[in-house]
Design a protein around this ligand. Structure first.
Ligand code: DP6
Length: 359
């Protein structure tokens, strides 16, 4: 695999000080990534909607210093120094060091905040790591002479992936594929690419309401979950199924067959959780209210001839997906009925968005 393209070749300029701020989105997978090998290579291709409202805003101040062996950085989250978040970011810097050798020559001060409540069960690693990756690429762009925006996005996704797989899908939008797939031209295990085909209008501005069912810390981290796919009795079939699903979904997104979309997306969500329940050790991340909501969605769909459906992350929260044309009716249903199953009645209306923005 060609990773040398991501190692800076030309001599870099010298810059004393620079500050960059990026807003990068969270994403919700339709075909799930669950299972990986080293270094952060997915066992199957996945596709997600980039979100519009759920995002991280990160500023990094770079100050030139004598090059050292360690990466020197301070981390502030919502204005407060957060040393407990440092090990994950330190590990990220270690993984990208080869591709961003300039990080050893700067003291970095990182300030980060999320648009969604902290520990809401919404994973912040995708938006958080893609934001840092974009800031690094802004510095690299200044240090090098004129990188193309295409290369900047590609390498940012490549770097973000090394921090967290799903972060590779948080640079562009509204639909991003990560993982090599024969039917998606340009797709790669190394970085995310924009879905290359014209999408049917029914899937434009698709709505995603995130129902906050359980805001507690996850009992099992994604990394542990991914590793449990090694020696999992159903893993190989699952990886084949996911790639088949992506091929089918690619056609559905182009021809506008919403009924098949609903079927495929819900099957993906339940299969993800079935993999968790059938690993060893086994675990369950859904809560009773997750199931209550799923059943309510199914009843609503039947009674109203609606195209509402759900998907799940590695947690208890439910993402409710629906076409823009149903926005008014479904938002009302969420407010009056589904919110009763959310912690403190909390939910977030979101929709498909267009990716990272420099502020
Ligand atoms: C269930 O990207 O969080 O959300 O690469 O270990 O950081 P790491 O895992 P992560 O896994 C996300 C899993 C998922 C499905 C998905 O987003 O595709």
């Amino acid at each position: 695999m060609n990773t040398t393209q991501f190692i800076p070749k030309s001599a870099l300029k010298s810059i004393e000080k620079a500050t960059f701020t990026w807003q990068t989105p969270s994403n919700i997978a339709l075909v799930k990534y669950w299972g990986k090998s080293n270094p952060q290579i997915p066992k199957n291709a996945s596709i997600s909607f980039t979100l519009n409202n759920c995002h991280t805003i990160t500023t990094i101040e770079f100050e030139k210093k004598k090059a050292s062996e360690n990466v020197d950085f301070n981390l502030f989250f919502e204005g407060k120094q957060k040393d407990e978040f440092k090990p994950k970011i330190a590990e990220f810097f270690k993984r990208v060091a080869n591709y961003c050798p300039y990080i050893f020559e700067y003291k970095m001060t990182i300030n980060s905040e999320n648009s969604f409540p902290h520990s809401s069960g919404i994973a912040s690693s995708a938006s958080g790591l893609s934001a840092i990756a974009m800031c690094l690429m802004s510095l690299e762009n200044e240090l090098s002479s004129g990188l193309s925006s295409e290369f900047i996005n590609k390498k940012a996704s490549f770097l973000a992936r090394l921090g967290s797989g799903s972060a590779s899908r948080s640079v562009e939008g509204p639909l991003v594929v990560w993982g090599n797939h024969p039917e998606i031209e340009g797709s790669s295990d190394l970085f995310g690419v924009k879905f290359p085909h014209k999408v049917h209008p029914v899937f434009e501005n698709y709505q995603d309401a995130i129902l906050l069912v359980d805001k507690g810390e996850k009992q099992v981290s994604s990394t542990v979950g991914h590793n449990l796919m090694t020696n999992h009795p159903y893993a190989e079939n699952r990886f084949v199924q996911a790639n088949n699903h992506l091929g089918k979904l690619s056609k559905i997104l182009q021809n506008g067959d919403v009924k098949s979309f609903v079927n495929l997306v819900e099957s993906e969500a339940l299969t993800l959780h079935a993999m968790m329940m059938t690993s060893n050790p086994y675990f369950i991340l859904m809560k009773p209210n997750t199931l209550e909501i799923i059943n309510k969605i199914w009843s609503y769909r039947k009674e109203n001839d609606s195209n509402i459906c759900f998907t799940l992350d590695a947690g208890a929260n439910v993402h409710v997906l629906y076409p823009f044309s149903e926005k008014e009716a479904v938002n009302q249903f969420i407010k009056s009925e589904l919110s009763n199953y959310c912690q403190k009645k909390q939910y977030i209306y979101d929709s498909a968005g267009f990716g990272a923005k420099q502020l």
